[in-house]
Design a protein around this ligand. Sequence first.
Ligand SMILES: Nc1ncnc2c1ncn2[C@@H]1O[C@H](COP(=O)(O)OP(=O)(O)OP(=O)(O)O)[C@@H](O)[C@H]1O
Ligand SMILES: [Mg+2]
Length: 297
Amino acid sequence: MRKIDNDHAAPITSGAASSGASATHTDSSTQRMENALIDIRAVSHTFQTDSGPLQVLDKLDLSIAEGQFTAVVGPSGCGKSTLTRLVAGLLKPDSGEVWLHGELVKGPRASVGMAFQNPVLLEWRSILRNVMLPLEIVPERVPAAEHEERARSLLSLVGLEGFEDKKPSELSGGMRQRASLCRALIHKPDVIILDEPFGALDAFTREDLWQTMHALRATEPFTALLITHDLRESVFLADEVVVLSDRPARAQYTLSVPTSSHERTLDDLYTTEAVEMLAILRQQIQLAQGRTPASHS
Ligand SMILES: Nc1ncnc2c1ncn2[C@@H]1O[C@H](COP(=O)(O)OP(=O)(O)OP(=O)(O)O)[C@@H](O)[C@H]1O
Ligand SMILES: [Mg+2]
């Protein structure tokens, strides 16, 4: 295991080590993955606001391998959504680089799928037609003859069979978010970016959707960058959880979630190992917020 050289992170290393989870402090090029699908290199970004410059990201490094599911957590306002916009090519960093599939990101890319907290579905289109929308913009990623069949099978996979012809307003919030996940995946993106996609849902629906994510991933392997405030969600869904520091954000701490051979179930969140990982993440968030973390035993 790499030694943690961050003052804040150091006291917590032992907890991560004893739990079997591995912790790494992400630091510059030494941590870079050989075959990263997403490679964020020393990215800094400052917004010019009415009250002066606001530095949001500070030489942030983050690599995500193909097929990996990475969750990013951090204090509110630290720059998580800004990070997703940079990866999606919707924003250019002031300095540093974002690489996707070995290509420098210079603008929006068809190989990215996105889902947000409030799914924006077009009310005048059926659920099926909403899901198929990205294929109208980038039709070539899926053979034309398979477009509708693919949309139907994704909808069936997330439990929306029979709702294909409904309008968005006829669905519950959880169902709309399921449809939005199908839309994010319809064009077989290389990576999906999820910015708090389950944040507006009640706890039961959210947990249902976590399981839907697992089912989707098993059937349609993808690389994911998930932004969340929910530490349980990060541990349940991700292979790796990155804690960002407060603004200007850097990668403060990285936790590897041991991948179990069996499919994760909600009960796995109550194992000693999971409880310890959650305690570590909570401590890291408190450090990021500049608070003294309560110790866990
Ligand atoms: N276009 C913009 N112009 C000016 N300031 C911005 C812009 N976008 C974001 N900011 C500011 O940058 C900071 C980071 O915003 P961002 O939305 O990335 O945070 P976040 O980590 O996603 O927050 P939250 O957890 O609340 O969603 C905030 O202070 C925000 O006000
Ligand atoms: Mg945000």
